[in-house]
Design a protein around this ligand. Sequence first.
Ligand SMILES: Nc1ncnc2c1ncn2[C@@H]1O[C@H](COP(=O)(O)OP(=O)(O)OP(=O)(O)O)[C@@H](O)[C@H]1O
Ligand SMILES: [Mg+2]
Length: 321
Amino acid sequence: MALPPPPAALQATSLRRAFGPVVAVTDASLHLAPGSITALVGPNGSGKTTLLLMLAGLLSPDSGDIRIHGMSYAEHGPDARRLVGWMPDAFGTWDSLTCVEVLTTFGAAYRLPADVARDRARGLLRTVHLEEFADAPAHVLSRGQKQRLGLARALIHAPGVLLLDEPASGLDPRSRVDLRHLVRSLADAGVAVLVSSHVLSELEEMVDDAVFINRGQTHLAPAVSPSWQWRITVLDPGPLHAWAATVGLPLAPDPDDPVAAGTAPFAGDLRPATFLVHLGGEAAAAALVRDAVTAGVAISRLSPAAGRLEQTYLAMETERR
Ligand SMILES: Nc1ncnc2c1ncn2[C@@H]1O[C@H](COP(=O)(O)OP(=O)(O)OP(=O)(O)O)[C@@H](O)[C@H]1O
Ligand SMILES: [Mg+2]
């Protein structure tokens, strides 16, 4: 007998939302499991923010159904909202409120007792490395610091579902790494996370799953393509071409590499050249390295040409043309 599916932290079915004549979301469905991190990926204007606003209970769908741990916003608005944390892609200013006051104000809106809200506010400001600004007015924060305050704000009521719209935009490299670790530790504690971003390489390291959206319609990530593009760099293309011909491996010059593309002369010893090959995965890559090195090819680098999310995204775009 098949096991029942795990209970969804968030389940959205057939959502639609129009703004006048513009249908921003035509048909969106997704499912977030507790403890999982899901990417929401799509081009500009594809409906990500509109979808996230509906999932956060801040915008009503024209039709469709949203359940947060089984509860709809229509029937259980306050209880459902209390389970959801929302971080928008940009923040307004909060006049003269200090960072702690911004967080405790939101805590009060979620009916946290004042002392609990204050403790959580201080703790979260430490987590997002803003403790030195705790009592400073929030409007003095830089854009990236505001973004971090926004993350703390989304977490003030310890939500079980966390919705992040472009959370890394404006963050410096250190803060991006911190964000990744924080999101993973929240998921490890059982939070279901949905995160939109255009920086696919960054999402790649963060997420367990992906939902693609295009023109307001969601698609599950298509089946993983059997072959992915890898980039191989060799010290001398001659032996690589010879070996590739004997084993029947098609090589394409990397268009970004003038030496491989033949538009710059190969100067002999230290002008490495890069080519693109299709390989089935890590095992095929390991076999290639073993066989090519045995055949005398001097490989200095072999790596996936792009992450899986990026390749899937580009493949879907191509399919649609
Ligand atoms: N309040 C609104 N009024 C009118 N049209 C809107 C409104 N909000 C969004 N839209 C339109 O809906 C479509 C989807 O917008 P949305 O902001 O959801 O896209 P997005 O995927 O978040 O884009 P981006 O990657 O640029 O953030 C766009 O065509 C946009 O112009
Ligand atoms: Mg958006």
